[in-house]
Ligand binder design. Structure first.
Ligand code: 13P
Length: 257
């Protein structure tokens, strides 16, 4: 089974378009062809930066891939402030984060909305990075698997096995995001293995073997290598550390750490 690792930088609401261009250029000087051969790399800037970053990627023929942090599920219409999936695919966006815990918590995104977005992103020939994760209270109450697997089932309901096989699922324990606390590699592996098991139950063994599962939550250069050694962790969704090109490049280089 060979799942190419995917290291993604979620910039959240940071970096204007000038800063975004600088960040991508600095990162591009630090990454080599060998890095891209070994690892897929995506950056997920705010919407207002995407066109600028696309232009840099195209002009300099960079091998990093463009991502978005969010989108709406409808094709067009009276949805003030929202962005349609087709607007993103037109800008060569490849990956769209769906159901990030900050969207779920701060902007009331429900499993039902996540499900519609997953379908819309796939229908527009992009790859959803569907986020799942438990809160600290849920973890302490022993509900981690129930919560996470419930989100997996709800988000993937109605999808076909060949669609799910192309997807990325990001396990991001809410208590580990932006806190400097990351799940131990063993704990993260246990949950990622349960996610893969659930995908297997729902869509079959081939799909489970193909779907990529990222870990996210306070990933740093100092912690990434051990996480990436786990059998069911195929990548990392990196927040804060992705804003520093040196640190993010070290994370992409986890195989040499
Ligand atoms: P941090 O790496 O800043 O904890 O953020 C993780 C995250 O939410 C990535 O989507």
């Amino acid at each position: 089974m060979s799942r190419k690792p995917l290291i993604s930088g979620n910039w959240k609401m940071n970096l204007n378009h000038f800063e975004a261009i600088q960040c991508v250029q600095k990162l591009s000087y630090l990454l080599t062809k060998d890095d891209y051969a070994a690892v897929d790399v995506s950056v997920h800037p705010p919407f207002t930066d995407i066109r600028s970053v696309q232009t840099v990627i195209d002009a300099d023929e960079l091998l990093m891939q463009l991502g978005a942090q969010h989108c709406h599920w409808e094709e067009k219409g009276a949805f003030t402030g929202e962005i349609a999936p087709a607007f993103l695919s037109k800008l060569n966006v490849k990956y769209v984060i769906v159901g990030h815990s900050e969207r779920r918590e701060l902007f009331a995104e429900t499993d039902e909305m996540v499900n519609k977005k997953v379908a819309a992103v796939l229908a527009n020939q992009m790859t959803p990075i569907m986020c799942v994760g438990e809160t600290l209270e849920e973890r302490e109450a022993g509900q981690t698997e129930a919560k996470v697997l419930g989100q997996v089932r709800a988000g993937l309901a109605g999808r076909k096995a060949d669609q799910v096989a192309t997807m990325v699922i990001a396990y991001e324990p809410v208590w580990a995001i932006g806190t400097g606390r990351n799940a131990t590699p063993e704990d993260a592996q246990a949950v990622c293995s349960a996610i893969r098991g659930e995908v297997g139950q729902l869509f079959g063994a081939d799909t489970a073997a193909a779907v990529r599962i990222q870990y996210g939550g306070s990933v740093k250069a100092g912690t990434v290598a051990e996480l990436m050694r786990q059998a069911d962790i195929d990548g990392a969704l990196v927040g804060g550390a992705s804003l520093d090109p040196d640190e993010f490049a070290r994370i992409v280089n986890f195989r040499n750490l």
